[in-house]
Design a protein around this ligand. Sequence first.
Ligand code: ADP
Length: 783
Amino acid sequence: MAEISALEFSEQLLALGYTVQGHTRLLPATMALIRERWGCQCLALFSAKGDQLFSTRCDAIQYCPDMVPESSEIKQTGQFFSIAISPDFFIICDQKPSPVFSSVWCRCFSDYLHQHQGKKAQIGPEQVSRMVMESIPTRVFWKNTDKFYAGANQAFLRDAGVTSEAELRSMTVNQLPWSENDCQAFSQLDDELLSGQSESVEYEASIQVNGKTQWIQGHKQLIRDHQGEISGILGTYHDITKRKKDEEKLKLLATAFESHEGIVIANSQGIILEMNAAFCEITGYRAEEIAGKTFQILHSGHQNQQFYKDMWQSIKERGRWEGEVWNKRKSGEIYPEWLTITAVNDEQGVATHYVGSFIDLSEIKAQQSKVRQAAIQDQLIAQVFQLTLQGSSIGHYLQRSLELILESQPWLMSVASVHLYQAQKTPQWQTALNLNLPGNSSIADKSEVAALLNRLLENRTPQTVISCRHCDSVPPHGHLLIPLQIEDQLIGAVILAIRAFDNHNPDDESLLLRLCNVLALGVSRRLTDDALIEAKEEAERANLAKSQFLSSMSHELRTPLNAILGFAQLMELEDLDETQLENTGEIIHAGRHLLELINEVLDLAKIEAGRLDLSIEPVPLNLVISECLSLTSPMAEKRQLTVSCDSEKLEDLWLRADRTRVKQIILNLLSNAVKYNNDGGSIRLSFSMPEYSLVRISVTDTGRGIPKEQHSDIFQPFHRLGAEATNIEGTGIGLVISQKLARSMNGDLNFSSEEGRGSCFWIDLPQHIPDHASEGKAEDDTL
Ligand code: ADP
């Protein structure tokens, strides 16, 4: 039964008690109330002596003296309950009354009986306050100064889970079912009061009642005796759980309302009542400017009447509409938003309010268009890059690229020119392209632009002419000059025409800069290609001249020299005296040396000119070696040199090389080993395979060796490393030629040497591995 009903009930009983005359009439009158509130059917009134004064439907009640209750107690006997009204009367009924009802009803009834039996009602202030205490929903309790409970109303006892005040009296707050924290907090409040710090305290807290959290708002105050001494604490509290829940709900709703979405509430006429901060931020209106206006204030004119008609029709039919709308901010700016309008209906289904929520889409749209823009820009750069990689001429390349650029940038006029700065040859600007300019005219002829072009040389950043008055045939315009640079080098400039006082986007200019960087690459590539072609042609021309010179030299030098040698040899056969014979011998000797020198110089020149004709073929190494040894052995014998050869290893070794040139190299190494050896020394020819299919031929001597500091000069033409000062004949280019020959046959030549101990020179040449079928034939050929 609701507690508020108890209050109501007591008021109604009191009213009945004072208006209805005679207990015989009062009882039936109160029965209706009691039946309704209390739920009992049988009710009888007895005097303390056991006389039944009145009963209703209580045939079932069989009175017995045991049924007489103690004062203010509810006594149960079988299925019946006896309730003492006063020392003189008690009632018996078939339902246990709620303590509130019984106490209120009994007191009302007792007062009435006393009044009508001629005794004046004895209602003291204590009874009244108890009555009030029990009739209100507020929980009341009081404690002594030791913080033990001294009393409480029934409402408090119920919360505390205690059945009687007597039970409560032995308890402090710590024995109550509140949580430990709450008990501590309540006890602290008591201490605060009892220490005299404050007379009363207000608090809010949550407690556990029957396993549920109950929010309470409480008040505690000191009880003072007549002398003003503190004698206890009076506490009251009431349940504010519902209020708390409502507050939380409101808080949640308020949070939802203050979201990033704009939210607006309008009445059924569309008049704006409420809006959140986001709405004001998006629309630019302050709350007071917009309240009382209709949604029309936001209309941008981008949607027609039909659009709004359809929208309201949908809200009417489905209670909701959502879609994209272009609205107008207070600043006049028109922006896209995603709008949802929901109708709020009353019980009859009639719309009382409309709630509109929307998201500003301008950021998203801007991002989308930026991404689209970037994709278009990348595509444009890719197209220009493609042109850059093609093999077209500079003029054609610039023309096509600029046409592409101008087509894609509507803020540019279709007039442009490109100028290249010829710093190396002639330090001046040269026009490489005039796009859509009549005749031979060039933008760069105009003094203003010409000055800016020169300024680009110092300041390599884009230059602007806001309004050009010089290009007569072009409508009002300005110019934008963008440098063409490769790394730090300025190679040219692109001059574009912009509409006069154009207010283009900085992004557009940075795109042009990127495009011009690609153009610079294309131009530079073409210039380099041209220079390379020119250099190659020049080299080829020089080579041809060298070959012609060499062939004529070969003829011009060798013919007279052979004639000299031939005549000298003829003279040798004449009858000459000793001196003449010696002189003729000198002529022949010097002539031969000169011929050898000429041959070697021509050989070297031929190799360097790339005119060496090699006939690469399988070469049987053992044959070449034996030929070389037999050619050098007279020289070696003359100096008493021992020549040894690792001949078993030679077996089956074939080279892939030019036979004559291999012989030339080995002879050069062997003759050096003889020339630069000590008399009586030795020479060893050995063979190895340092790598797969590579044959190494080593010539080791026990000669004077080569000092370390001269090692780097050994392959320099005409460097004889001091041998020129001796009587050892030589030209100083044998080793240079040998190394070049070895390399041109995919091999190499190198050496190691120690001064005073000897040297080892080796040639590496590719091995020929004969296949089975041809093996026999090759051997047959060579044997
Ligand atoms: P040259 O006609 O002078 O022998 P080379 O090109 O064959 O020309 O050799 C260059 C120089 O390298 C020689 O002048 C000599 O000083 C040195 N040289 C070459 N082979 C040997 C060697 N086996 N021992 C010592 N010195 C050598």
